[in-house]
Design a binder for this molecule. Structure first.
Ligand code: UDP
Length: 253
């Protein structure tokens, strides 16, 4: 059998050619990286959890009419997605101050924001993904004004959906990052949510205790990352509640 073709390999995922034109297979690795890949580890089971969680969020968005690249999950680590032209921007939505916003503006982590704030970062690892303004984006041709308006609208709809979904299971959505891609339908283009939505790219705090259930557990050495993601998956009903660790097979006697 012919070996399938790898299209792209990133820090946490691999893209392979899909079974039909216009599709790709997205494979979720167990690799965890932070601080622009200066800190690395393999977290057993993370890829399986993120594949399931990203499926859950993307399928939910598709259902409420927010378009995404997600088609269907194939197996434990892979999902079928539409091939899109990724806009080279990370779109961050913030509901509470944390991370780089807290550092940049001297705000206490967890401080309330007057309204959700949408930010854009230029995707360039060598530059450390710098914060950019709409002026930069339009001047350098990364996106048009129309794209920007559509991206903000899309990001805020994702924020409403994710905030509500997480709130229902006792988790506060502090902030998150999405990537957006262009899909061509004849002469028309549409913007869709792409990449992944998982605890790797969100800040999730337990509503009651404030416990962190996202990649900050890894960034700040706060415990076992897979356990935190398993907790999120269990609460959302993505995993059965009696699973203690997603990575370990259970011996059936
Ligand atoms: N984020 C991400 N990838 C990045 C940068 C940020 O997924 O390359 C997410 C991060 O997990 C958080 C949000 O975007 O949920 C805002 O991140 P922030 O700007 O505070 O940067 P950080 O503190 O992660 O460096």
């Amino acid at each position: 059998m012919a070996r399938r073709k790898k299209v792209y390999e990133g820090k946490a995922k691999i893209l392979y050619e899909g079974p039909e034109p216009g599709t790709l297979v997205q494979y979720f690795k167990d690799d965890a990286t932070a601080f622009n890949a200066e800190k690395r580890a393999v977290v057993e089971g993370k890829g399986v959890l993120n594949n399931r969680l990203s499926e859950f969020f993307m399928a939910g968005l598709n259902q409420i009419g927010v378009p995404t690249h997600f088609i269907r999950r194939i197996n434990m680590r892979e999902q079928l997605i539409r091939s899109v032209e990724i806009i080279p921007l990370e779109v961050v939505v913030r509901n509470l101050a944390a991370g780089s916003l807290s550092k940049r503006l001297g705000l206490e982590e967890g401080a309330a924001l007057p309204r959700p704030i949408v930010e854009f970062y230029y995707k360039d690892d060598a530059l450390g993904d710098p914060l950019v303004t709409e002026e930069h984006i339009i001047a350098f041709g990364w996106a048009t004004q129309q794209d920007l308006d559509d991206m903000v609208a899309l990001a805020l709809r994702v924020n409403d959906f994710l905030s509500g979904t997480m709130m229902a299971v006792g988790i506060r959505l502090v902030d998150f990052k999405i990537e957006i891609g262009r899909v061509w339908e004849g002469d028309f283009q549409r913007l869709v949510v792409a990449d992944e939505i998982s605890p790797d790219s969100c800040r999730l705090w337990d509503l009651q205790t404030g416990e962190k259930l996202d990649k900050d557990v890894f960034r700040r050495d706060l415990g076992n990352l897979a356990d935190a993601y398993t907790e999120v998956a269990k609460r959302l009903g993505v995993l059965p509640t009696n699973v203690t660790h997603a990575a370990k097979p259970t011996l059936i006697n």
